[in-house]
Design a binder for this molecule. Structure first.
Ligand code: NDP
Ligand code: 8X3
Length: 252
C-alpha cells in the first residue's frame, strides 16, 4: 500500500512542486489550499502522470472548524497520514514595525503559526497511535535571522523553528521524525503576495540574481523524506548561491 502524504499550500510554489515530487516517490497525496480550481487541476496533472491517487481538500488553514472537518472526516483509506508537509504560509507586507498593518500581522500569525499548529494537532494523534510518521515544517532564512521590515514575518518563522524543535522533543518517544526545511529566496508567488499584488515590487526582489526555484526545495524535501529510518534531518538551510544571508545578495 502507498504511504499517504498531506501537503499544505499545494496550489502554487513550493507546495505544488513538493506534491509533484512526492507523487514520483509513490505517495498517495492529500493536497490543500484555498483555491480549489488549482487543486483540481493539480490532481488531474498528477493522476495523468503517475499511478497514484490524489485527494484535493480546499479550506482556509486559518479556519479551525474547516480544518478539523477536512481532516477528521477523511475516508478510512485516507486517514492514516504518514507524512505531513506544513508548507502553507505567507509574508504580508514589508513595513517598519511602526507602519505595519494589523491585518497583515494577523494573517501571517494565523496562517504561519496557528494554522500550522492546529492542522498538526489534528494529524499527530494518529501518528502517535501508529508509532510512526514524519513532519516537515517549512521555515525560512527569516526563521534564523531578522531583517529590516521583516519583523512579524520573521517572528512567525522563528516560531516555526521553535515549534519544530518542540515537536521533535515531544514526539521523540513516539518514533515520529520532525524536520525543518528553511529556504532563502525562492521565486514563487511569495513576493507578489507579500507586496499585495504589486508585480513590479515582486520582480525587483529577484532582479540581477538567480534565486532558488520551487523544485530546488522539493528536491531538498525529497532528500529529507528518503533517509533511512534511523536518520533524521533536523534542520536544513538552503540558499541561492547569490545569497549569503537574509540581506547579503550578489546582484549583476
Ligand atoms: P506561494 O505564495 O507560491 O504559495 C503559498 C501557498 O500557501 C499557496 O498554495 C497558498 O494557497 C497557501 N496558503 C496561503 N495562505 C493560506 C491559507 N490561509 N489557507 C490555506 N492555504 C494557504 O509561496 P511559496 O511557495 O514560496 O511559500 C510556501 C512556504 O514557503 C511558505 O510557508 C513561505 O513562508 C515559505 N518560504 C518561502 C520562501 C520564498 O522565498 N518563496 C523562502 C522561505 C520560506 P491558496 O492561496 O490557494 O490558499
Ligand atoms: C522568505 C525568504 O528572505 O523574504 O521566507 O524572508 S525572505
Amino acid at each position: 500500500m502507498n504511504k499517504i502524504a498531506i501537503v499544505t499550500g499545494a496550489t502554487s510554489g513550493i507546495g505544488k512542486a513538493t506534491a509533484l515530487k512526492l507523487a514520483q516517490l509513490d505517495y498517495q497525496l492529500i493536497i490543500t489550499g484555498r483555491r480549489s480550481e488549482r487543486l483540481n487541476e493539480l490532481k488531474i496533472e498528477i493522476e495523468d502522470k503517475f499511478e497514484i491517487k490524489v485527494l484535493p481538500l480546499a479550506f482556509d488553514i486559518r479556519d479551525k472548524e474547516a480544518t478539523s472537518i477536512a481532516i477528521n472526516q477523511l475516508p478510512s483509506d485516507w486517514n492514516k497520514i504518514d507524512l505531513l508537509i506544513n508548507n502553507a504560509g505567507l509574508a504580508a507586507g514589508a513595513d517598519p514595525i511602526q507602519d505595519g498593518l494589523w491585518s497583515d500581522w494577523e494573517q501571517m500569525i494565523d496562517t504561519n503559526v496557528k494554522g500550522l499548529l492546529w492542522l498538526s494537532k489534528q494529524i499527530i494523534p494518529g501518528m502517535i497511535e501508529r508509532k510512526s510518521g514524519q513532519i516537515v515544517n517549512i521555515s525560512s532564512i527569516a526563521g534564523k535571522e531578522v531583517y529590516a521590515n521583516g519583523n512579524v514575518y520573521c517572528a512567525s518563522k522563528h516560531a516555526v523553528d521553535a515549534i519544530t524543535k518542540g515537536m521533535r522533543i515531544d514526539l521523540l518517544p513516539h518514533g515520529i521524525k520532525v524536520s525543518s526545511v528553511a529556504p532563502g529566496m525562492v521565486e514563487t508567488e511569495f513576493s507578489v503576495v507579500r507586496y499585495h499584488g504589486d508585480e513590479t515590487k515582486a520582480d525587483n526582489v529577484y532582479k540581477g540574481l538567480t534565486p532558488l526555484f520551487a523544485e530546488d526545495i522539493a528536491d531538498t524535501i525529497e532528500f529529507v523524506v528518503t533517509r533511512p529510518p534511523h536518520v533524521n534531518i533536523n534542520d536544513i538551510l538552503v540558499m541561492p548561491t547569490a545569497q549569503a544571508t537574509a540581506t547579503y545578495n550578489h546582484r549583476d
